[in-house]
Each structure stands twice: as C-alpha cells, then as structure tokens.
Design a protein around this ligand. Structure first.
Ligand SMILES: N[C@H](CCC(=O)O)C(=O)O
Length: 267
C-alpha cells in the first residue's frame, strides 16, 4: 500500500468531522476522504444489520478511492460493524468508542455520565467497557437523539439547542455526575455549549484526539504515514441533501469546501 494514499473516514453524518479535524491537526500531511452519510442519519435508531450493510458499502466506496486505512468516526457504527469490517477487509481499521476509562480515572464523585446513542449504550461492547473499567463507579447513560438533529442542521448555539442540552444533562447532574463522556461524534461540536450549561465543576471528555493518536500509531507501525511534506487534502462526499450538507460541512470545517454526491449505488 502506498503511504501517500488517503485515509477513509465515515460517520452517519457531519458528526465525524469532529474526529476528522483532530486527524487534520495531528497528521497535517495526510490526504483525507470523508463520507457524511446524512441520507441515512440517524444511525442511533437503526438495526445492527442495517448498519453493517451501510458500513460495508461505505467502506467499499472508500477503498475504491484508494484508502490505505479506515476510521469509523461513529460510535454507533463501531459497535454494530467494526468486527465485520475487520473480518472482511485487510486495511487497518481504527474505531471510536466512548472514553469510559479516562472518565473513571477522573471522576471524584464516582458518578460518570455517558452521552451516547441508545444503540451504543445498549451494545455488548459498551457493557464490556462498563465491566472492564467501571466496576468501582456508577456509569449513567443518556441518549440525546435531538442533538444529532441540531448538529446536522448546523445549529450549535440556538436557545433550542441549549434547552435540549439542559434537558439531557439534568438527570446526570442531579445524580451527581462530575464527568461527562461525549460518546457520539456529533456532540463535540456542542462542546462549548455543553460546557456552558454544565459549568466548570463538570469535566467533559471527547475521544477525537485519542482516536487520532491510535491512527497515528497504527500507520507508523505499518510504515503507512505519508512522508510527503505538502499539506494533505480533504475530499468530502454525502448521501444527504447536497446544499444543506455542503453548507453545514463548510461551517463545521471552518471554510467553504466542495462536497460531492455519493454515487447512486452507494447513496
Ligand atoms: N455520530 C454517531 C451517531 C449519530 C446518529 O445517531 O446517527 C455516533 O458517534 O454514535
């Protein structure tokens, strides 16, 4: 595999851009191909079979673009599909999972809140994280489906978004949680607002940087880091509404970008 080949990244929508921006910061010379599967969002309410099929189709498309490695920038797709993808494809596959371990190390009240989709919280993988790292603390989960909708619409700051965050975090704060894990890649875009709502006594943990470090380690171990010194490029595709998704991706990415429509066979 050619080290100057791109890294393929996908999510149910624009949320995985929170992971992509961490990759861009850590690995400035890598070329990146990103799929926002916004035509199929939310993943949080879909069956594992549906998500496995979607993950296979998106991965095949990214491999056709020449991807040397794959990042599943979606906790929900990870729990449903990572094992199947690893069994099917030989490229390195890096996946996100809620950062339960660091949260357990940080909590002082012994109560950790995990914001994640219902599918992630109900998964065997999450149960295993809970057993491995959470035996000494209480781990509370909260699904926040409407926050995915707000981020997909590019609405990061409205009063409505704030009210939703207040409603979703209230039960966790009332129970004494002092550490909140952002277990869905859409939520980091709401980090500043979540921070403002929960206040300085609550620590918020995101996984973007940890995933990027893992990606970096895996690429280095397989001699796949791009040694070209030119800045890496980004290419974006979506299965969602072109105009809306292009606008939202540009806003979240920080400057205007071109987004292509996924071919009909994949969309
Ligand atoms: N961004 C996704 C899920 C959002 C959705 O429900 O589509 C995650 O990390 O879990």
């Amino acid at each position: 595999m050619n080290p100057s080949a791109p890294i393929g990244v996908f999510d149910s929508g624009v949320g995985g851009l929170s992971v992509l921006r961490a990759i861009r910061t850590e690995l400035p010379h890598e070329h990146l191909c990103y799929i926002a599967d916004s035509g199929h969002v939310p993943y949080g309410t879909k069956t594992p079979e549906y998500l496995q099929q979607r993950a296979l189709e998106l991965t095949r498309f990214l491999l056709v673009q020449g991807a040397k490695a794959l990042v599943i920038a979606c906790n929900t797709a990870t729990v449903a599909a990572v094992a199947n993808l690893r069994a099917t494809f030989s490229v390195p596959i890096i996946a996100v999972e809620p950062a339960v371990k660091p949260a357990v190390a940080l909590t002082k009240t012994g109560i950790v809140g995990v914001l994640a989709t219902a599918a992630t919280s109900a998964s065997a993988q999450f149960e295993s994280l809970r057993k491995r790292f959470g035996a000494s603390v209480t781990i509370l989960t909260q699904a926040c489906p409407q926050l995915v909708t707000q981020v997909e619409a590019g609405d990061l700051t409205s009063p409505m978004t704030r009210i939703l965050i207040e409603q979703y975090t209230a039960p966790l704060l009332t129970a004494g949680a002092d550490t909140l894990v952002l277990g869905c890649t859409h939520y980091p875009f709401l980090g500043p607002l979540i921070d403002d709502v929960v206040g300085p006594s609550v620590t918020i943990i995101d996984t973007g940087v940890a995933v990027t470090r893992q990606l970096s380690r895996v690429l280095a171990a397989q001699n796949l880091l791009n040694v070209d010194l030119i800045p890496g490029s980004e290419h974006f595709w979506t299965s969602g509404k072109m105009q809306t998704t292009q606008g939202v991706i540009s806003t979240l990415w920080g400057h205007a970008v071109t987004v292509q429509r996924l071919p009909q066979t994949v969309a």
